[in-house]
Design a protein around this ligand. Structure first.
Ligand code: UDP
Ligand code: MG
Length: 309
């Protein structure tokens, strides 16, 4: 018998918890046939609603259901990490509670593992039902990442992924604080099969990701998996040095030919404000990396548990 751990990060998902359970158990016949046992780990990421209650109810009826409750909201990244740490399965799969990661794909995914893959990842090929600005920025993000990072991050990749124990252990060996799991999946390597599916809309409730939250998340992703912005600051610096040199030569020659009438105040102001803007921008980039390093050296725990069932 093999064991399959299903990790479900939940943040205020009281309505979705029981539905998810029902949907997942529709695979029971298949799992039985393949001699795979099930373990469901709901990770309650500091929900303010009755999410934990709902899971407790399920736990009472079905011992395969487990609960990890955080002391506060630590974010989905922390929830996935905690789930992987506590999972015991030979196979581990991460799924959203809102059924945007269709559990009906499980048989297909498990079949891929039998073909010899270490991991089966999913990506959505459409973004229907999503605000166009969000889709636009998401596409831009993936395109940028492709350019500046050596770690491959697929456009539309979801965290919905089935992995073997080998890969999960590899991921757990990365105890970094600034976790960007989509990048980590790519970084650890292993043979990965990609499956595609059409976007499914959230069953109940609303997305926890506002536009700004996503924007900051993308900055996290970039700083975690690329140092290109730092080089960009250096390149910009060199560019402005060259420009300044050309300007100096130009002004010296012009003064020699035409004399030096006192003028040029507006151009001076423009140049000054441009350069100081660029400097502050580069300082900001540096600051981002410094901030991440600061959080990393503090070595704070990634999550704190309040309850474990
Ligand atoms: N989630 C979480 N902690 C958070 C935010 C979200 O555990 O701080 C969970 C959430 O309950 C859901 C999954 O992460 O199961 C995906 O979140 P959501 O559906 O809001 O994101 P979207 O699908 O819109 O990207
Ligand atoms: Mg969702």
């Amino acid at each position: 018998m093999k064991l399959l751990s299903v990790i479900v990060p939940c943040y205020n998902e009281e309505e979705n918890v029981p539905f998810f359970y029902e949907e997942l158990l529709k695979n029971e016949a298949y799992l039985k046939e393949k001699e795979i046992e099930l373990e469901i780990l709901y990770v309650d990421d500091g929900s303010g609603d009755r999410t934990a209650e709902e899971v407790r109810k399920l736990h009472k009826a079905d011992a395969r259901v487990h609960l990890l409750s955080f002391s506060r909201n630590f974010g989905k990244e922390a929830a996935m990490y905690a789930g992987m740490q506590k999972s015991k399965g030979d196979y581990v799969v991460i799924m959203d509670a809102d059924l945007q990661d269709p559990p009906s794909m499980l048989p297909q995914m498990l079949a891929c593992l039998e073909e010899g893959y270490d991991s089966v990842a999913t990506r959505r090929v459409s973004r229907k039902g999503e605000p166009p600005i969000r889709s636009f920025f998401a596409r831009m993000f993936y395109r940028l990442m492709k350019r500046i990072s050596r770690t491959e991050i697929m456009d539309g990749a979801r965290d919905y992924r089935l992995m073997t124990r080998k890969m999960v252990d590899a991921i757990l060996s990365m105890p970094e604080y600034n976790r960007f799991t989509k990048g980590i999946f790519g970084w650890v390597g292993f043979r990965t099969k990609w499956l595609e599916f059409e976007n499914v809309e959230r069953r109940k409730g609303e997305t926890k990701w506002s536009f700004w939250k996503l924007l900051w998340y993308s900055v996290d992703g970039i700083t975690a998996f690329s140092t290109a912005p730092l080089s960009f600051a250096a390149v910009l610096g060199v560019f402005f040095c060259i420009l300044a040199f050309i300007l100096i030569v130009f002004i010296v020659i012009r003064t020699l030919i035409f004399g030096d009438p006192v003028s040029g105040w507006p151009s001076l102001v423009c140049i000054l404000s441009l350069i100081s803007g660029v400097q502050l921008f580069c300082l900001g980039i540096l600051g981002q990396y410094l901030a991440k390093t600061y959080m990393e050296v503090k070595r704070r725990p990634i999550y704190l548990l309040k309850e474990e069932l």
